[in-house]
Ligand binder design. Structure first.
Ligand code: ADP
Length: 268
């Protein structure tokens, strides 16, 4: 019964024994707390850009003869804040979908080479030539959801770019070192202190809020990565040292790839 998150209590009642079955209070309290935290964080994240946009709209309304250059810079700031809200809402929708039991994984053949070349192109656009980025594809293709893996690998690669100062290196690899295929992205960036590493995949957890926002971060990227990997039964390993850089490794164990969910479709 414990596994079903139920509590059974035997309580004396008017000389009879009554069995009281309730939900596990600690589990439901924890879920309720997480839900509240998520809403509080999301509302806070949306309020800031909304305040900026409303402020500039009021200026535009109150000062119709504003200098065109000033007006243009206000418009640019509003567009930037609008994009921030859009990214956030899109990431929230993605997370909700990934967590939904009504949305099971539909494995298909994933062409890893094509996928990683697309991700490399996006990383180069984001970097704007400020980093040296390499891609090595050696491992086999796998079964999984191309869209979800694009989102997971894309988030890890864009983080590598965003948290690596100009002149740094980023190495993206797809290899099979014997235990099954693995994706890795190694950067020479700012690194992460050990105490933060365990919390990185929590929603809205950021080591440095301002740096994350400056680079268009929503704080949900690694939470999305975690859910995609859970759905693919893959594991994430993070190796990092402050100032030295980080490596994020996603391991697809052969035994996992061959299990029921993926194996069935593989034999299709
Ligand atoms: P964000 O949108 O803030 O980047 P993520 O969920 O993708 O959100 O990442 C959570 C936090 O983990 C980031 O705010 C950053 O502090 C840290 N982080 C993620 N990737 C890296 C990296 N490659 N190097 C250093 N710090 C990183």
């Amino acid at each position: 019964l414990k596994d079903r998150k139920l509590i059974v209590q035997i309580i004396p009642f008017e000389n009879r024994r009554q069995i009281l079955v309730t939900h596990d209070a600690t589990e439901s309290d924890r879920i309720e707390m997480m839900r509240r935290d998520f809403i509080a964080n999301a509302s806070h994240e949306l309020r800031t850009p909304l305040t900026v946009i409303n402020g500039f709209l009021e200026i535009a309304q109150g000062q119709p003869n504003l200098d065109p250059d000033v007006r243009m810079s206000h418009l640019n700031l509003m567009i930037e804040q609008g994009k921030r809200m859009q990214n956030l809402v899109e990431d929230m929708l993605t997370l909700t979908r990934l967590e939904s039991i009504d949305y099971p994984l539909r494995p298909e053949h994933v062409n890893i080479g094509n996928l990683l070349r697309q991700i490399l192109q996006e990383a180069e656009a984001l970097s704007g030539g400020r980093h040296t980025i390499s891609l090595t594809v050696e491992g086999p293709d796998i079964q999984g959801s191309t869209d979800e893996l694009r989102s997971a690998f894309g988030n890890l690669v864009s983080n590598a770019v965003r948290y690596t100062p100009e002149g740094g290196r980023i190495d993206i690899k797809w290899q099979d070192l014997g235990n099954g295929p693995q994706f890795s992205v190694k950067d020479s960036g700012i690194g992460i202190r050990a105490e933060h590493i365990v919390r990185l995949t929590e929603r809205f957890y950021r080591v440095d809020k301002s740096r994350s926002r400056e680079t268009q971060g929503t704080g949900l990227g690694l939470a999305i990565v975690k859910h995609v990997l859970l759905r693919h039964e893959a594991v994430l390993a993070i190796e990092s040292q402050p100032e030295m850089g980080s490596t994020f490794i996603v391991k697809f164990d052969n035994s996992v790839v061959d299990n029921d969910a993926l194996g069935l479709l593989k034999n299709h």
